[in-house]
Design a protein around this ligand. Structure first.
Ligand code: GLC
Length: 539
């Protein structure tokens, strides 16, 4: 009996950074009309397209753009750079007509300091929305209420001269934290979700889910154990975030959000949360499955060169699966708008593209929802953005996040805009036009894998089991559903490698090789070229 297909479990989700996907009006900034124009690229119902089942947008709301949309000044609108509500409605309708679901980014932890709620809140200590944000008196010596550090650096508290109190901001000072202990704020945010679901939005990626409630007593965070981490992750890594992140009461707020989502059929929520798998899976809500539908599993995002090994990747896949309570569904992510491009993270020796092919096979044959970041399907690398064109205010991460947010590469000349793109293009030798014409390109591999997955019950629903005893440098696993069984064999080495499969796993045929080579079809000897992945049907 085939299982019922639930889109957010069995489909492929594609992340669009809206400023950078497609500009339709020549202002150099991507927009919703541009996305509408590119829907056929995403899914036109044929194997010429990417075959994605859902798109999620980084924020498209009105915003002063201090953090490029993660500073929302109206939760129920569309920024004029991107279009208007009517264009969003049209996008939802046209996406749905192609079987593509639409997921918006919901930003509950903070608003913009220009949001009317905050303007009212900061107008006086007696303001009716004062308590919608987190205001506190200074310590007797005038210093902030505690030692919390903003994720983007500096103290998490900003002094308000007019009302003589500090307000909390876990990110920029232009992003004041909302107070999820205030029931009126909570009700208003729930109504935001309803507003969009009524318009047909299918779900929400929930930003900074793990910080919306903090220690009500605002106690200090203890110092970090590994102070060296600050070199990589900035000042915030100087502390253990025991009081301002993953606070236990957040799960109650998550359950309430889930209830709102459940007022509408087939909606989904996926939360941005950090920490070890045991922490992340808490957000699914436990055996009653009353929390988030998915909580991002960032373990493959935290991989760079020296961690791209068969042993490490297998361990990460299995640690997450093992931590998941029964009934919960895994997910995998290679990259997003906050981290270096995957092909760059594993490409210090120039072999990033080969590894990106292996990663595509991994992502699209594991048991769990795959999330693809725009351009990953082309092997887009970090762009070199000259100092004077850097835009991201969050320089915590060294050079900021601009290099992974550059325009989508449609043609050898770019094809993203008729004007001057807001960020420069990266390496345009990787582009949709050329890769579409080349059956051996990474894009063609993504398309083949995606359409194969869409038609394959065993890849969408099947059980996962690792094959033990493979040589160092090889990670192999089977997916089984009924009497169908597939084998994925991945090489993580720069040398050819071969291994014998146990007789219980008889090879019938090859479905896909990342190297596009025929391979010895029905042999028990699995040969892999350097950094090759193969998907085989077992008999
Ligand atoms: C999340 C977003 C990031 C943003 C931050 C503040 O981590 O992914 O881009 O800057 O939240 O909203």
């Amino acid at each position: 009996m085939p299982e019922p297909t639930i889109w957010w479990k069995h489909g492929i989700v594609y992340q669009i950074y809206p400023r950078s996907f497609q500009d339709s009006d020549g202002d150099g900034i991507g927009d919703l009309r541009g996305v509408i124009d590119r829907l056929d690229y995403l899914n036109d119902g044929t194997e010429r397209s990417l075959g994605v089942d859902a798109i999620w947008f980084s924020p498209t709301y009105p915003s002063p753009m201090a953090d490029f949309g993660y500073d929302v000044s109206d939760y129920c609108g569309v920024h004029p750079d991107f279009g208007d509500l009517a264009t969003m409605d049209e996008l939802i309708e046209k996406a749905h007509a192609r079987g593509i679901r639409v997921i918006l980014d919901f930003v509950p932890n903070h608003s913009s300091s220009q949001h009317p709620w905050f303007l009212e809140s900061r107008s006086s200590v007696a303001a009716s929305k004062r308590d919608w944000y987190v205001w506190r008196d200074a310590k007797p010596d005038g210093s902030p209420p505690n030692n919390w550090i903003a994720v983007f650096g500096g103290p998490a508290w900003e002094w308000d001269q007019a009302t003589q109190q500090y307000y909390l901001h876990m990110f920029l000072k232009e992003q004041p934290d909302l107070n999820w202990r205030n029931p009126h704020l909570v009700a208003a945010m729930h109504d935001v979700l309803r507003f969009w679901m009524r318009r047909g939005v299918d779900g929400f990626r929930i930003d900074v889910m793990d910080r919306i409630l903090k220690d009500p007593d605002l106690r200090d965070n203890p110092p970090a154990i590994d102070r060296n981490a600050a070199r990589r992750f900035g000042q915030t890594a100087l502390q253990q975030h025991t009081q301002d992140q993953n606070w236990p009461e957040i799960i109650d707020a998550v359950r309430a959000i889930r209830k709102v989502a459940d007022e509408f059929p087939e909606r989904m929520t996926v939360g941005e949360v950090f920490g070890p798998p045991e922490n992340i899976v808490r957000y699914y809500g436990g055996p009653s499955l009353d929390g988030l539908h998915l909580a991002f599993n960032f373990s493959l995002v935290r991989i760079w060169d020296r961690r791209w090994t068969a042993e490490h990747v297998r361990a990460k896949v299995e640690a997450f699966a093992a931590a998941l309570p029964s009934g919960c569904w895994p997910n995998y992510v290679l990259g997003n708008h906050d981290v270096d491009r995957f092909a760059s993270r594993v490409g210090a020796d120039g072999r990033g593209e080969e590894r990106a092919r292996v990663a595509a096979l991994l992502l699209l044959t594991l048991r769990g929802t795959p999330f693809v970041y725009y351009g990953e399907e082309l092997g887009m690398t970090n762009a070199r953005v000259p100092e004077e064109r850097l835009r991201d205010p969050a320089r915590t991460y060294g050079r900021g996040r601009d290099p992974e947010r550059t325009p989508m590469q449609w043609t050898p000349a770019g094809g993203f805009t008729s004007g001057e793109p807001w960020l420069p293009y990266g390496d345009l030798s990787r582009n949709v036009e050329q890769q579409s014409a080349d059956g051996r390109s990474l894009l063609s591999l993504y398309r083949r894998l995606s359409w194969f997955r869409r038609s394959s019950d065993v890849l969408r629903f099947g059980d996962y089991a690792a094959v033990d005893g493979t040589p160092a440098g090889v990670y192999a696993y089977t997916r089984t559903y009924g009497d169908e069984r597939l084998l994925t064999a991945l090489s993580f080495t720069n040398e050819p490698i071969a291994f014998e499969l146990p007789a219980s796993l008889a090879v019938r045929e090859q479905i896909i090789s990342t190297h596009e080579r025929a391979g010895a079809a029905a042999s028990q000897l699995i040969e892999l070229a350097a950094n090759e992945g193969r998907l085989l049907r077992l008999g």
